[in-house]
Design a protein around this ligand. Structure first.
Ligand code: HDL
Ligand code: ZN
Length: 443
């Protein structure tokens, strides 16, 4: 007997419990296990200033989203950028907390997120001082804390971003091939320079022992060496997929004079996509980030721009044996991307990326996607950079995804076709785990 739901209240309750209960496979984060080193003073006593595993209140408060926001309240004319960057992490966090959380109402999404995390971790979000919070985080053991955060956030898998062209990242893998052998985490081979700056990428790959050529031409040997480089790093990382971000100027076919020019296109067509196809890996393109519009803000200095959806359409058509995860950064691109996904089964939309990861935009985008794509998309990724982000990013997103699902299942009921609790549960599983697992094919 199907457990059919006959009114909006029953649907809302079934959706909320299914979405809360469903463990998330988070498909894009910048998180690392403690084995990548942690700069946070903690119970274990070990700190590593170039450590990549960020967690705790001072990392939460100095998240680059909040650095951008504090420079709006205390502009660089009052506090020069270089003075801020000379401050210690603690001093930066004190500055941000004072100006964004005490002297003004913390109503931005990034501010609200810190307080959601603090509250759900059992601390008092009403505190106006950081001492108590700092003391609590200092008492945490890094690895046990990963379990705690994943439990509170109901996240079952953390997919990392592992930029092989970053020396700190690459050297940790070369020093210890088992550096990421933590079952709670999986790696992604992130290769932005291959498409965005092939001359730089070719030089670097050449220094690592692969004859990828002079960066101006790509011989058959160079192409094979470029493939060998990717193959070996996919193996080393047991990468779940390959990924890169692109600016809004990305075009396919390439147009001369753009960062992704003819040789970048050749690298895409002859090196990246053949290795992904041969390895059965999806290729993720995150399109629309304009890097460094205000370089003085460092990680906080990037912004978004409108991208060309037809480039994605042409790639999906030209490479039917490749699978593409795609997310675009501009709100203006979202509808056209939904239509593109209706045309190509090898295109999987994912997430409300970066400047779209706000309740008002998540709601608009998920509603559009459910109406155009049904259950065949991945509503969200956290993009977490600090472990504790998982608590708030998934709490906030679950609420919006559940709200839209409730509306859509209520619309279904209005047709006279009553939804069942089982199909609501199935939909939550597809959205938060199943679609990622099935499309990646490597989990
Ligand atoms: O390129 C990316 O993966 C982006 O997510 C950037 O890392 C960006 O700085 C970010 O953290 N967005 O949330
Ligand atoms: Zn990211």
């Amino acid at each position: 007997m199907l457990d059919l739901l006959q009114d909006q209240k029953a649907i809302e309750s079934a959706v909320n419990s299914a979405v809360q209960a469903q463990g998330v496979l988070d498909m894009h984060t910048h998180l690392y296990p403690p084995s990548f080193g942690t700069p946070v003073p903690n119970r274990s006593g070990k700190t590593d200033n170039t450590g990549m595993a960020l967690w705790g209140i001072d990392e939460l408060l100095t998240y680059h989203y909040l650095i951008a926001e504090v420079f709006r309240v205390v502009p660089a004319t009052q506090l020069p950028y270089e003075h801020f960057w000379k401050m210690s992490k603690i001093e930066q966090a004190d500055h941000i907390f004072k100006h964004l959380f005490v002297e003004r109402a913390p109503i931005s999404e990034a501010c609200r997120g810190v307080l959601t995390a603090i509250g759900k971790l059992g601390l008092d979000p009403n505190d106006r001082k950081l001492d108590g919070w700092r003391k609590w985080f200092k008492e945490q053991d890094p690895s046990q804390y990963v379990d705690k955060v994943m439990e509170v956030a109901n996240v079952k898998l953390i997919t990392m971003t592992n930029p092989v062209f970053d020396d700190n990242e690459r050297n940790r893998w070369l020093d210890n091939p088992k550096v990421a052998s933590d079952p709670r985490f999986r790696a992604v081979l992130r290769i932005d320079p291959v498409l965005q700056n092939w001359p730089m990428a070719a030089r670097a790959i050449g220094q690592w022992g692969y004859d990828a050529g002079d960066g101006k031409t790509l011989s058959a040997k160079n192409i094979e060496e470029g493939r060998r480089f990717l193959r070996e790093w996919v193996e080393k990382q047991q990468a779940v997929y390959m990924a890169l971000s692109l600016g809004p100027e990305f075009r396919y076919p390439a147009e001369s004079g753009l960062p992704t020019d003819a040789i970048g296109q050749t690298a895409l067509e002859k090196i990246i996509l053949p290795v992904c196809a041969e390895k059965g890996l999806a290729f993720a393109m995150m399109i629309g980030s304009i890097r460094g519009v205000n370089p003085a803000l460092r990680d906080a200095g990037d912004m978004s721009g409108k991208s060309d959806v037809q480039a994605v359409v042409r790639l999906c058509a030209a490479f039917p044996n490749n699978r593409f995860f795609v997310t675009m950064l501009a709100r203006e691109n979202q509808h056209e991307m939904c239509v593109a996904a209706r045309k190509f089964g090898n295109l999987m939309l994912f997430g409300c990326w970066w400047f779209l990861n706000n309740p008002s935009l998540i709601e608009e985008i998920e509603r559009m996607r459910m109406e155009l794509l049904g259950t065949s998309f991945i509503p969200q990724h956290s993009d977490a950079r600090v472990l504790d982000h998982l608590v708030y990013k998934w709490d906030h997103s679950r609420k919006v995804i559940a709200k839209v699902m409730t509306d859509k299942f209520t619309d279904l009921l209005a047709t006279g076709r009553a939804p069942s609790a089982a199909e609501i549960k199935q939909t939550a599983e597809l959205f938060l785990a199943g679609n990622y697992r099935a499309f990646a094919g490597s989990l």
